[in-house]
Design a protein around this ligand. Structure first.
Ligand SMILES: [Fe+2]
Ligand SMILES: [Fe+2]
Length: 397
């Protein structure tokens, strides 16, 4: 049974929710609250899986309510309904909200938003993930800077310099991206000294991934396993570069290239969460993995009853990443699935481990030879593309 809480200051709207979703009473337990304070009171004694709140309410608005809930009950999926004119409030709540639905919205959209969360839960054995996630007091939100870039790109009339000026506001981010971009891997013939040049050479997708990695991993450096986080960050960036090289060589559709690149950038984000939020368990997993030369995800399954792939996919889902990206992250260690984009991600992952000669301190994976021969049959240039991307290995310092 899914426990859903609706919050709105208009009694008519609340009654409407109750009436519309009455038909789902076998699967949904519906709770109603007329204000933020009432919702918080209810949460003290009731288990809730999903909260849908209006943005504009007297007293505590939706943004403030979700900010509190994020800290107190991080496992609750948080959805906000906001109007076009609520821009400032939206900026205040971006970090606290998993999904935005714009008003007016129809019951169908609300139902779908809720059901997508549920189906995902069922698919990933979510009881276990929730078990882990509930021990974590702070799930990373999608970085604000990344959201700002996404918002710019979503407009049809955007100009690239808007994107670059957002990135350039952050000096550490700018320096780190320029260093990567100037590495030999990208093969840019001359030194790139501004983000604008970097974007024009490499495209906004890659830069977006590097921004995402910088925001997510740099904060992790203050956590209990900084050396590990540094290596994981490097691994993620390296996987992005291999993924982009491979995906461009294998797919013509820009959308597929984008999805593989985005999945590559956060494929191991579950590891960051385990290392920072469950440092003791993490150390045990790493010891066991190294001692027995067992892949991290197998040990995680044994110790946590879930894996970094499932945790990462869960997070990507909460961040409303495209379903294809969520699936790629979820199955990135699943060699039994014969799906080409997934195999490309596997190649990128293994390629990154080879060129860095490191798998962030865990045993290195080997290439899935069966899949390689399978996909090489339909795309005879695949093997060569993989070797080519490997040879472009970087050596910048
Ligand atoms: Fe992984
Ligand atoms: Fe990986």
């Amino acid at each position: 049974m899914l426990s859903v809480l609706f919050v709105d200051d208009e009694p008519n709207i609340l009654r409407g929710y109750k009436r519309i979703f009455h038909a789902r009473r076998k699967n949904w337990q519906i709770h109603l609250a007329g204000s933020g304070a009432e919702a918080l009171k209810l949460l003290e004694e009731t288990h809730v899986d999903v909260i849908i709140t209006d943005m504009r309410m007297p007293g505590m608005d939706g943004a403030r309510l979700l900010n509190i809930i994020r800290l107190r009950y991080p496992h609750i999926i948080r959805i906000i309904l906001s109007g076009q004119s609520d821009e400032e409030e939206i900026m205040n709540s971006v970090l606290a909200t998993h999904r935005f639905l714009s008003k007016p919205t129809d019951p169908q959209t609300i139902r779908e938003a809720i059901e997508q969360s549920v189906s995902f839960r069922e698919k990933t054995g979510n009881a276990q993930i929730r078990g882990v996630v509930s021990q974590i007091d702070h799930l990373p939100s999608l970085p604000e800077l990344y959201l700002e870039i996404e918002n710019i790109l979503r407009r049809e009339d955007f100009e690239l310099k808007e994107v670059t000026s957002v990135i350039e506001k952050d000096m550490a981010m700018t320096a780190s991206i320029l260093k990567l971009v100037n590495s030999a891997f990208f093969g840019i013939p001359r030194k790139v000294s501004t983000i604008q040049e970097a974007v024009s050479y490499l495209g906004v997708v890659l830069i977006k991934s590097l921004v995402l990695n910088h925001s997510l991993f740099s904060t992790g450096l203050q956590g209990p396993h900084p050396d590990f986080i540094r290596r994981l960050w490097q691994h993620s960036n390296e996987t992005v570069r291999h993924a982009l090289c491979l995906a461009r060589g294998c797919f013509r559709e820009q959308e597929v290239v984008d999805e593989i690149t985005l999945a590559a950038s956060v494929h191991d984000i579950g590891m960051l969460i385990i290392a920072n939020s469950l440092p003791g368990e993490f150390a045990g997993i790493q010891r066991q993995s190294l001692a027995g030369n067992i892949p991290a995800h197998s040990v995680e399954q044994e110790v946590l009853q879930t894996t970094h792939a499932a945790i990462g996919a869960y997070l990507a889902h909460l961040w409303s990443f495209p379903p294809a990206v969520v699936e790629l992250i979820l199955h990135h260690h699943d060699s039994a699935i014969n799906f080409k984009p997934l195999f490309i991600l596997h190649l990128a992952d293994v390629g990154a481990q080879q060129t860095l000669n490191d798998n962030y301190g865990f045993p290195q994976e080997s290439l899935d030879k069966n899949s390689m021969s399978l996909f090489n049959k339909s795309d005879p240039s695949l093997n060569a593309t993989f070797k080519d991307c490997l040879n472009k290995g970087w050596n910048d310092d």
